[in-house]
Structure formats: C-alpha cells, structure tokens
Design a binder for this molecule. Structure first.
Ligand SMILES: [Zn+2]
Ligand SMILES: [Zn+2]
Length: 169
C-alpha cells in the first residue's frame, strides 16, 4: 500500500514538512509488463506550499525480473531513481482539470496521500528499455542460437551484427 498519513499537514502553515521512509510492495498491472521482485524503498519528503504539496522521493529503489535483450536469459535488474519531485494541488476543482491534463491533487480534508500512482509511473519510466544481464553480454549466435557467453561455435559471423541479435530501436 502506498497510502500514507500526513497528519495535519494540509492545515499547517507554508513551509511545514513531513518526511518518512517507504518500504512497501507495489502491485503493478499485468499490462505494465514488469514483475517486481522486491518491495519499493525510498525516502519521502512532503512540503506544504500555499496551493500545493511538493512531494519529493529520494533514492527510490526496487528490483524486477528482466529478460536480457541479447541472450534472453532472465535476471534481476535494479531500478534506481535518485530523485523525483511532483506537485499535488490542494483541493483542485473538477473544472480546473483540462480534458487531457494529468495532474496530481489531494482533497483538503484528507489526512492521507496516495503515492501509488506516482511511484508506479516513475518506476515504469526508469525501467531499462534494453535490459542487459551484464554490460558485455555477447548474446546468442544468430546462426545456431547458442549462448555465446558460455559457449563458442564455429558459425561464420560478421563482427558488426554479432552483439545485436535484435534490431535496436
Ligand atoms: Zn545477456
Ligand atoms: Zn553459431
């Protein structure tokens, strides 16, 4: 759960802060295509501003199951986000939200903030686009398919394509 008590922060004066650590399991949708294998950790600081809360998360960290883009082996990859910051507008009226505008907001009489959507978006955003089991992974032979990290084959190959069995975007 990513719903946290922020005490009476919304009724305190500008510049008031709360901070706390997070260490919780984040449930992602199957269509996110990512399976987290560790709880999400980080440090949250929330600052009260006149019309919004500034939410900063430092050292957001988790681990996920990945498939190497070159050799197709599964491995654990880490997702680290050093610092993210967002404004949660206080008591935003429905009419203030444009059709396609995505804004975070919090109701004035709430004592809790839901950081789930923010954490989810940041993790997906910082997920490796081309996961590699290690930097120098040799991948699979594009002729016989063996894993070139552990075996060698005698297939003729041109060095250019050897490291990229798939076309990179
Ligand atoms: Zn690999
Ligand atoms: Zn081969």
């Amino acid at each position: 759960m990513f719903i946290f008590n922020i005490g009476g922060l919304l009724h305190k004066h500008q510049g008031s802060k709360v901070d706390f650590d997070i260490n919780a399991v984040l449930k992602l949708d199957p269509q996110d295509g990512v399976v987290l294998t560790e709880p999400v950790k980080g440090h949250v600081q929330i600052l009260k501003l006149p019309h919004e809360l500034n939410v900063q998360i430092k050292n957001l960290h988790t681990e996920a199951k990945c498939e190497c883009a070159r050799c197709l082996e599964s491995f654990t990859c880490t997702v680290d986000v050093p610092l993210v910051s967002r404004e949660f507008i206080i008591d935003l009226q429905e009419r203030d939200i444009g059709e396609n505008e995505e804004v975070d907001y919090i109701e004035k009489n709430r004592n809790e903030i839901d950081l789930g959507p923010m954490v989810r978006e940041e993790i997906l955003l910082h997920f490796p686009i081309i996961p590699l089991c290690f930097e120098g992974c040799k991948g699979l032979c594009d002729k016989c398919g063996i894993n070139l990290n552990s075996k060698t084959c005698s297939c003729p190959r041109d060095t250019e394509v050897r490291l990229t069995p798939f076309k990179l975007p």
